[in-house]
Design a protein around this ligand. Structure first.
Ligand code: 5GP
Ligand code: ZN
Length: 111
């Protein structure tokens, strides 16, 4: 828990957010500023600033294994996943999160 982290506040329900998924390790909730018809974020309950700070294979597994579990429930078969790491890569919230977006065509390479 990082006391000034907005996503820790969401985990701790200090900031209201509708969880679309929760287990003992991760939560998922819709992005405040969606970039696609479906756009949610998957985050670990434990605070890690970025991908660079993850310290165990279990933490990766916890985050990424939740994604197909959620998309299956939402009946989404095709989707874009994005992890921005560091400011120049577009990271604005320093609690690791995976963007999951669907419902439109995505260009490649990403801008
Ligand atoms: P980043 O730019 O760090 O990869 O992504 C951060 C994302 O978090 C952005 O897409 C932004 O819209 C989203 N976001 C920032 N603050 C909040 C919030 O308070 N609630 C929700 N649901 N999303 C947020
Ligand atoms: Zn945090």
């Amino acid at each position: 828990m990082s006391s000034d982290c907005i996503f820790c506040k969401i985990v701790n329900k200090e900031i209201p957010s509708n969880f679309i998924f929760e287990n003992d390790k991760v939560i998922a909730f819709n992005d405040l500023n969606p970039q696609a018809p479906v756009h949610f974020l998957v985050i670990p309950k434990k605070h890690y600033s970025s991908l660079n700070d993850i310290d165990s294979k279990e933490a990766f597994a916890d985050i990424f294994s939740a994604i197909p579990e959620i998309t299956k429930k939402l009946e989404i078969k095709e989707y874009r996943t994005v992890v921005n790491t560091g400011e120049s890569a577009g990271q604005t919230v320093f609690h690791i999160h995976v963007h999951v977006m669907a419902g439109r065509k995505f260009d490649w390479p990403a801008g």
